[in-house]
Design a protein around this ligand. Structure first.
Ligand SMILES: O=C(O)C(=O)C[C@]1(C(=O)O)C=C[C@@H](O)C=C1
Length: 363
């Protein structure tokens, strides 16, 4: 063998050299981002620093180019953080989310904006909307649908009376754990706290393992985690963030009934987002209460071969129109075929509101 033997010292020396190179490259990138901010500020008095379409393109490109051995999601997560830090140099980004601290919505905000954004918990979904509308924060994060439990109706209702746009989406795998405090008597658990949706998502597991424990619904998983600190006979169902925040121990992990349990969150803001190349559009449509209304609404989508990804019906609160449909489909309002469909739908509907076109979630 002619190869020099590889030893720990020489490998670490190589890692040091690479780190120096990475450090220089990240610093160069950050300098570039600062210059981008100057260009944006010079060309527009109301400069918009966060660009969801560009971020989606950067992450998709990285995932495509990734040579391994790190997997593409992992690599994108690293770049997510680099971009988050670069954006913070341009402008500190304030993000309101449905709190309290430790909820899955906070985890979604972190996943989407990275750790350099400043995230602020709000007590209710409409408060998140209000903070964004008032300009007190730059963006908001709210849950919209869960794969097991369905739609979050508060969020859909909030869109009906708001001028807010959807700027992005993020999908989070939801893993629930049974948590206890160090003072909990584990063989005496008689009460289990959690958000009603989480209790529902773990119903079968609870039936099998704690059939006699009282299930107590509370306003959030994080609140459940906080409450059990002072009750020796209680446990909570919550996620990793809440467990860490309140220093709780997981006595059973991933107890959700469906392994593919996930929640989709929306990023809301006041800007319209240009095309990223792989986009979705959300609209809300009111139709007259007459036979065939749903068919009339969907027919143009079918004819123009536009993929619907979600269709939700909500009772109209005005009383005049009985049907209000929330529709998500693939495509962006700036694409001619999407514009054509929306023109047709506008003629058939009594009201049509485009909630936003935004990049399909990358991470
Ligand atoms: O390209 C831009 O507009 C930038 O501001 C740069 C950058 C980046 O770091 O790549 C940072 C923030 C934006 O949200 C998008 C991208």
């Amino acid at each position: 063998m002619t190869d020099t033997p590889i030893n720990l010292d020489s490998l670490r020396q190589r890692i040091d050299e690479l780190d120096s190179e990475i450090l220089r490259l990240i610093s160069d990138r950050a300098e570039c981002a600062k210059q981008v901010a100057e260009v944006k500020t010079a060309s527009d008095s109301g400069a918009v620093f966060y660009r969801p379409e560009r971020e989606a393109q950067v992450l998709r490109r990285i995932m495509e180019l990734n040579p391994g051995p790190l997997n593409s999601e992992e690599m994108a997560r690293l770049f997510r953080e680099i971009m988050s830090a670069c954006l913070a140099l341009e402008q500190p980004t304030k993000v309101a989310y449905l709190g309290p601290e430790g909820t899955f919505t906070q985890q979604a905000a972190l996943k989407h904006f990275g750790a350099s954004a400043v995230s602020m918990p709000m007590a209710a979904i409409d408060e998140v909307f209000r903070e964004v509308e008032a300009g007190a924060v730059n963006y908001g994060v709210v849950p919209v649908e869960n794969s097991t439990e369905g739609v979050v109706s508060h969020t859909l209702d909030s869109f009906m009376d708001s001028s807010i746009h959807i700027c992005g989406e993020v999908v989070l795998r939801i893993h629930h754990h049974l948590l206890v405090a160090d003072t909990t008597l584990r063989d005496k658990i008689s009460r289990i706290y959690s958000h009603p949706q989480s209790l529902a998502q773990c119903r079968k597991w609870l039936d099998a393992h704690y059939p006699r424990a009282e299930r107590v619904p509370v306003s959030s998983n994080a609140e459940a985690a906080r409450m059990i600190k002072s009750e020796w006979h209680s446990a909570a169902i919550a996620g990793d963030m809440a467990a860490k925040l309140y220093g709780l121990e997981k006595i059973a992990e991933k107890i959700e009934d469906r392994p593919d349990n996930s929640t989709r969150f929306l990023i809301i803001g006041s800007q319209r987002v240009p095309m990223s190349g792989e986009d979705k559009t959300s609209i809300v449509v009111a139709m007259r209460n007459q036979p065939g209304a749903l068919h009339d609404l969907l027919e143009p989508f079918h004819r123009h071969q536009i993929d619907l990804t979600r269709l939700e019906t909500r009772p109209s609160r005005t009383g005049v129109w009985n049907y209000v449909f929330f529709i998500d489909f693939k495509g962006h309002v700036d694409e001619p075929r999407v514009a054509a469909v929306l023109e047709e739908v506008r003629l058939r509907a009594s009201e049509l509101k485009v909630l936003g076109s935004y990049p399909v979630g990358v991470l």
